[in-house]
Design a protein around this ligand. Structure first.
Ligand code: ZN
Length: 217
């Protein structure tokens, strides 16, 4: 008789969505209101939501930067779920092609999640927005595409640098790479893991909030 399989360890990568969650400058803030509430004598409590498709942990769809690009509802589940490699970029200020070439990313890695200074600085847990975050440069994005990566995850609200958003997004989205932003990588150990990232199935949307977890055996 064989033993039942051991329960896996599940690491939550998604910050809690609440009105306190920082948002990209100029984006709408999170609104959660209860048009019905038990405390006001209603038969039930019901929450109405209003927020950007790029709130908290979320995916970017091709429609975010590409004319006629596909929506979040079409992102392939076989990219969003599967083995992932968590790479620590140490003190690097940017994820460039030359940095990537020197990191130990297995050539077989198809999903790459970055744990950068953003995580050591606790940016995803900070109530303020920080424009000086570590992100992927255009040549870094090209390196990832050429390496055959199908999903890239970053530990702050944009895959691209604050002052140069379009090139990195365009390179990744045009190549069909799924971009996951706003990951809280605090508890994510570097190395091999298994990612489950399930964005809401929003028709034609340029992005979608997602719950992302790592499963460790
Ligand atoms: Zn986004």
């Amino acid at each position: 008789m064989s033993l039942p399989p051991a329960e896996p360890t599940i690491i939550d990568l998604s910050p809690t969505i609440s009105p306190d969650l920082p948002v990209w400058p100029g984006d709408p803030r999170v609104i959660m209101r209860q048009p019905y509430h038990l405390a006001r004598g209603d038969a039930f409590t019901l929450t109405e939501l209003a927020f950007s498709a790029h709130t908290g942990t979320h995916v970017d769809a091709p429609a975010h930067y590409l004319p006629d690009g596909a929506g979040a509802d079409t992102l392939p589940l076989d990219a969003l779920i599967g083995p992932a490699w968590v790479v620590d970029t140490g003190p690097a200020a940017a994820i460039t092609a030359s940095l990537l070439a020197g990191l130990e990313i297995p050539s077989t890695a198809r999903r790459v999640l970055f744990r950068t200074q953003n995580t050591t600085r606790g940016l995803m847990r900070s109530p303020q927005f920080h424009p000086d975050f570590v992100a992927i440069t255009e040549d870094g994005a090209q390196w990832l595409v050429e390496a055959g990566v199908v999903l890239v995850g970053v530990d702050y609200f944009s895959v691209a640098p604050y002052d140069d958003l379009a090139p990195t997004h365009r390179v990744l989205l045009a190549a069909g790479v799924v971009v996951v932003e706003g990951l809280d990588m605090t508890q994510a150990p570097p190395g091999a893991s298994f990612l489950v990232c399930l964005p809401l199935k929003l028709q034609g949307a340029d992005g979608a909030p997602a719950r992302a977890v790592l499963i460790q055996r």
